[in-house]
Structure formats: structure tokens, C-alpha cells
Design a protein around this ligand. Structure first.
Ligand code: GAR
Length: 208
């Protein structure tokens, strides 16, 4: 009788610079057994990032590459590449990682880096995306889980979450509403990747 051989779990590395709420959202879903993945490491550029405690609570070890300690920033990027190559993850999840990844890293892990961004891309790339959207006066805002390419927040879009901006909504309320949505779409995008369900063609991502 044929038996079903389960697919191997994907090895994940997380990149985070700060608070880590998206990291926690993904780790929680993995811990519930809903994503076939082994979270191998968190890598952070910030030794004070609360993300480190979140990773520790989920038994995920952290490697710290302290951005401030590198007088030559190229060395940071080289160390990051070396560290990633050593770990050799199937997927890198950038969750609140505030540095731009160098093309060498993108090339080494082409279509294997997912980022979460707090706007409906391609609008409002870069920093403070929620404030950019709020100040612009858009009526619909949201967040995007996307593959990372050589541009800034420009890679193929996997999932988007939408927030309707109601009359009187403050920027803070909008930021919180977007974050709540991020916590839904990022774990789902990671799940789809780990289940081999994402197909990229001409920058369009299909979910099989
Ligand atoms: C999130 O809102 C994420 O989308 C944003 O930083 C925040 C990190 O929060 N990322 C970017 O702006 C990247 N360009 P978290 O540390 O609580 O996940």
C-alpha cells in the first residue's frame, strides 16, 4: 500500500531590527503546527531589538550582527551574506528589518526572501509608509507581503491586506489596523511558500 511521504519542513531565517510583532505572529502559527517549517535563526542588526526576546521565548537562537559596530558598512553586508550562506535557509523572512539587502544577497536567495511592508504597494515605499498614506489622504490603505528583489519594496506581490480609512481615523489607529492585518498576511504568505504553493511568472505570483 502506498504511503504518503510528508514533504520536508522548510528551514527559515528571520531578519528583524525592532519590536518583532510580525516575527511573533509567524512563530505562533508555526508552533501551532500550521506551517511546515523549522525556524532556524533570527538575525538582527540591533542588539537591543525586543525581537531577540521573542525569538528566545520560542526557542529560536539569535545571531547579532551589530550594525553600529561596523565602521565599514560593506563588511556588515558581507557578514550577513556569509551568515546566511552558512545557515543555508530555504526561506528568509524579513519582518521589520530596516536595512536594504544588497544585490549579492538577493541573487544568492532569489525568490526566497519575503518581506512585509505596511502599505499597499506599489504606493508608499520606504520608511513611514503608514504616515505617507495617511498624509496623502488615501481612503484605502493596507499592507503587502512580497518577494524581495533588487529594488526598494518592488518585488512580486504575494498577498495584500486592505484597511478602509474611516472618517476621523487617526494615524495611530490606521497604523494599528495595518499591523493587525500584517499579522494575518505574513504568516499566510510564509505558509504558502513552505507548502510549495507559490508560483512566480512575469512578476505575478499565483497561489496554487
Ligand atoms: C511593521 O509595520 C513592518 O511592516 C514595518 O516595520 C514594522 C515592524 O513591526 N516594516 C517596514 O516598514 C519595512 N520597510 P514589528 O517589528 O512589530 O514586526
Amino acid at each position: 500500500m502506498a504511503s504518503l511521504i510528508p514533504k520536508p519542513r522548510k528551514k527559515l531565517v528571520f531578519l528583524a531590527s525592532g519590536r518583532g510583532s510580525n516575527l511573533e505572529a509567524v512563530l505562533q502559527v508555526i508552533q501551532k503546527g500550521k506551517i511546515p517549517a523549522n525556524p532556524a535563526f533570527l538575525i538582527t542588526d540591533n542588539p537591543e531589538a525586543p525581537s531577540i526576546q521573542i525569538a528566545a521565548r520560542h526557542n529560536v537562537p539569535t545571531k547579532i550582527l551589530d550594525w553600529k559596530s561596523y565602521s565599514k558598512k560593506e563588511e556588515y553586508h558581507l557578514d550577513l551574506l556569509r551568515t546566511l550562506e552558512e545557515i543555508s535557509p530555504d526561506l528568509i523572512v524579513a519582518c521589520g528589518y530596516m536595512r536594504i539587502l544588497k544585490p549579492e544577497i538577493i541573487r544568492a536567495f532569489r525568490n526566497r526572501i519575503i518581506n512585509i511592508h505596511p502599505s499597499l504597494l506599489p504606493s508608499f515605499t520606504g520608511l513611514h509608509a503608514q504616515k505617507q498614506a495617511f498624509d496623502y489622504g488615501v481612503k484605502i490603505a493596507g499592507c503587502t507581503a512580497h518577494f524581495v528583489d533588487e529594488g526598494v519594496d518592488s518585488g512580486p506581490i504575494i498577498l495584500q491586506g486592505v484597511i478602509k480609512i474611516e472618517e476621523g481615523m487617526t494615524e495611530r489607529e490606521l497604523t494599528l489596523a495595518i499591523l493587525k492585518e500584517e499579522h494575518k498576511i505574513l504568516p499566510l504568505a510564509v505558509k504558502h511558500f513552505c507548502e510549495d504553493r507559490l508560483l512566480i511568472k512575469d512578476r505575478k505570483v499565483s497561489i496554487l
